[in-house]
Structures are given as structure tokens and as C-alpha cells.
Design a protein around this ligand. Structure first.
Ligand SMILES: Cc1cc2nc3c(=O)[nH]c(=O)nc-3n(C[C@H](O)[C@H](O)[C@H](O)COP(=O)(O)OP(=O)(O)OC[C@H]3O[C@@H](n4cnc5c(N)ncnc54)[C@H](O)[C@@H]3O)c2cc1C
Length: 348
């Protein structure tokens, strides 16, 4: 019997495995035959990534210094840092390297089909047979089967679309467009070095909107879903981490740094759970309290802002841009991930 079975070998599942395997016997289940595929992530990740892994040159397609935000009627706000603020990462290469660092067994083409938490174990049905463990960790992404069985759902699920164009672009700013005629989220352009990425996020965004707005002709399509607003993340003998728990930044949909942050919290709680032999819902609720301390305020503020933003028309958005222009000194100091955390407030 395994101590922990992790469903999903995305960045969060693999990072969690790397942390847990120091003390526990771990198995990772991945439904696909290759790590990192399919890839539907922009991989724009802040320098906070350096706090989790050593950055490898081979993943980094470009380095970003800041962002240009465009209003519906042509205003611009420039947010920039003195040096590199974020990396444009090739997610396939990143995930593959994370897997290389994991010593535990990673079973490919092994889809989690069902599970039942029993008195002393979790019985897991996979496409490759039955497995047993003491704790099941759902890192199985936005359509998480584990979350579904726990009845845990994000507040919203948005479409994330990417159009990759073979246009060399080594620029050091990403561009973002906010316009309700296009989407209730935003559109973006990311310089990826050898490529340019056009993309967007929104509740009913379609590729036609990207094609029309960016005047796209030939491009490679990638599409995924982004959970917004976390659901419950624990139950008896089960935890959820990453997109499976809806742990993403509400204002951008980015989930890598939040997922890794929560994986660390989970590893600490699980270590204690194994020491005490306590896998009850009550004990595991400490995980949710822990991750909320790290990212809860940012998510709550983001959800409040999103609720307001969804009701705003373009004229009001324009007014926000007019005001925002005078606050650029503050915006330049904001941490991309931990907007309301002590570290950002201390710097501003
Ligand atoms: C268009 C788009 C752009 C994005 N851009 C960014 C960005 O720039 N920066 C950023 O930080 N985030 C971005 N994100 C979000 C980011 O991709 C996710 O937050 C991140 O991948 C979450 O990692 P995860 O490990 O939790 O889940 P995932 O990466 O989704 O991994 C889940 C894994 O579980 C496997 N799985 C699923 N179900 C099962 C099952 N039943 N059994 C076994 N395995 C299973 C899947 O195959 C997958 O490998 C973007 C998302 C989209 C859609």
C-alpha cells in the first residue's frame, strides 16, 4: 500500500510528489502517455518561481519586464520593474524536468476512474487496476474527478484560448486589452522569443474574437479551462491542490505559483498527519486554513473585483484607467502573485 497517491502529473502533482517522497511512499497517476502534453498554458510565471525550483535556461523562451494595459478607448498604463519580472516558460519542458526530479513511480496512461475512502485506506480504481493508499491527493486539474466526487466546484470556469503565430518577438513587455465588447476577461499578446502568442480569457470567448481583433490568419490553436474561485479542498483521507482546488489568481487565471505554494502547505500538513496517524477531515482542515493564510486575501479581493468588473461597462473601465494612470508608482511595486500579502505591502 502507498502512503500517498497523487492523481495528476501536472506541475502541482509533480512538485507535491517531490516534497512528499522525502518521507513517504508515493505513486503518481497520469492519464496521458507523455508528461507536459497536451500543453495549453502560456507559461508566463513571475520570478517567484525561483523560490520553488532552479530556473533552467532551456525552459525560458523570454524574460518579461512589465505589462502594457490597454483600455477600451485607447488609454495605456505601463507597469514595469527594474529587471526581469516574469519568465515566459515552455510548460512542456518545465513539466518534464519536474518529473525528472521525482524519484517515485509515475504511472503513465493511468487514469483515475473512481475512489472510496474507507476506515483505514483509500481504494482507488484506475485504468490500470486497483491501487490502495492512506491519502489521496487530487492534482488532476480543472476537471478534477477527485473534486467532483467531493462535490467541490470553483465559482466560475473560464475559457482560455491561445493562438501561436510564427513571428519572432523578443520584446520585454506583455500587452493586455480590457474591452467588454470582446470579453468579460481580457486579451493578451506575449512575446515568446521565436513566436508571438495571442490569447484571451473569458466566460464565452471564441477564437473568432482573437482572429478579428489581432487580424490573425495562420496560427496554432491551444485551448484550456481556467477555474476561478476555490471550492472546499479537503475531506477524510483526501486533499485537493492546484487547479483541482481552484487555486488560481482571479485577476489573471495564472495557477502555477499558487498551486506550488499550496503544495508546500499540503506537504507540511501531511507530514504531521502521518506522524499522528490522523487523516480525519477535522485534522486535514488545517491545510485549507494554511493555504488561505498564503493566498486567501488575494483571492477574496480578486473575486470582489471580478464581481464588480463583470457589471462594469466600457465607460466605467475607462474611468478606472484614468485613475490607475496616477497610481502607476504603486502598481509598479505590486507583486504579480501575492498582491495583498505582507511582502507586497511592505515594499509599497
Ligand atoms: C490558456 C491558458 C493559459 C494559461 N496561462 C498561464 C500562465 O501564463 N501562468 C500560469 O501560472 N498559469 C497559466 N494557466 C493556468 C495553468 O495552466 C494551471 O494553473 C496549471 O497548469 C495548474 O497545474 P495543475 O498541476 O494543478 O493542473 P494541470 O496542469 O491541469 O495538470 C493536471 C494533470 O492531471 C492529469 N489528469 C487529469 N485527470 C486525471 C485523472 N482522472 N487521472 C489521472 N490523471 C489525470 C492531466 O492529464 C494533467 O496532466 C493557463 C491556463 C490556460 C487554460
Amino acid at each position: 500500500m502507498f502512503d500517498c497517491i497523487i492523481a495528476g502529473a501536472g506541475p502541482v502533482g509533480l512538485y507535491t510528489a517531490g516534497m512528499l517522497e522525502k518521507k513517504l511512499k508515493v505513486l503518481v497517476l497520469e492519464e496521458h502517455g507523455r508528461i507536459g502534453r497536451p500543453n495549453h498554458c502560456s507559461g508566463l510565471i513571475s520570478r517567484n518561481l525561483e523560490g520553488f525550483v532552479r530556473i533552467r535556461k532551456r525552459w525560458v523562451e523570454n524574460e518579461i519586464r512589465g505589462a502594457i494595459l490597454h483600455s477600451p478607448f485607447g488609454r495605456e498604463i505601463r507597469v514595469e520593474k527594474p529587471g526581469t519580472a516574469a519568465f515566459v516558460i515552455n510548460r512542456e519542458e518545465f513539466d518534464k524536468d519536474l518529473e525528472k526530479g521525482v524519484k517515485s513511480q509515475v504511472e503513465l496512461n493511468a487514469r483515475l476512474l473512481d475512489f472510496s475512502a474507507e476506515r483505514d485506506r483509500v481504494k482507488i480504481k484506475t485504468s490500470k487496476g486497483v491501487r490502495e493508499c492512506k491519502m489521496l491527493i487530487g492534482c488532476d486539474g480543472v476537471n478534477s474527478l477527485v473534486a467532483g466526487k467531493l462535490g467541490s466546484r470553483p465559482r466560475e470556469i473560464l475559457n482560455g484560448l491561445i493562438a501561436l503565430v510564427k513571428e519572432e518577438n523578443h520584446g520585454d513587455f506583455v500587452e493586455l486589452w480590457f474591452d467588454k465588447r470582446l470579453t468579460d476577461g481580457f486579451l493578451w499578446k506575449i512575446p515568446r522569443g521565436n513566436m508571438t502568442e495571442y490569447g484571451g480569457l473569458g466566460s464565452s470567448l471564441k477564437f473568432q474574437t482573437l482572429e478579428k481583433f489581432f487580424k490573425l490568419k495562420g496560427y496554432e490553436k491551444r485551448a484550456g479551462l481556467v477555474p476561478i474561485g476555490p471550492g472546499k479542498s479537503y475531506s477524510e483521507r483526501v486533499l485537493l491542490i492546484g487547479d483541482a482546488a481552484g487555486q488560481t489568481k482571479v485577476w489573471s487565471g495564472g495557477g502555477v505559483i499558487y498551486g506550488l505554494t499550496c503544495a508546500r502547505v499540503a506537504a507540511g500538513v501531511l507530514e504531521k498527519a502521518f506522524e499522528k496517524g490522523d487523516f480525519t477531515e477535522k485534522f486535514l482542515s488545517g491545510y485549507e486554513r494554511g493555504w488561505k493564510k498564503e493566498i486567501g486575501k488575494g483571492i477574496a479581493a480578486g473575486l470582489m473585483f471580478r464581481k464588480i468588473y463583470k457589471r462594469l461597462g466600457n465607460r466605467r473601465i475607462e474611468v478606472i484607467f484614468r485613475t490607475g494612470k496616477h497610481l502607476d508608482f504603486l502598481m509598479n511595486k505590486l507583486d504579480m502573485d501575492f498582491i495583498l500579502s505582507k511582502r507586497t505591502l511592505a515594499r509599497s
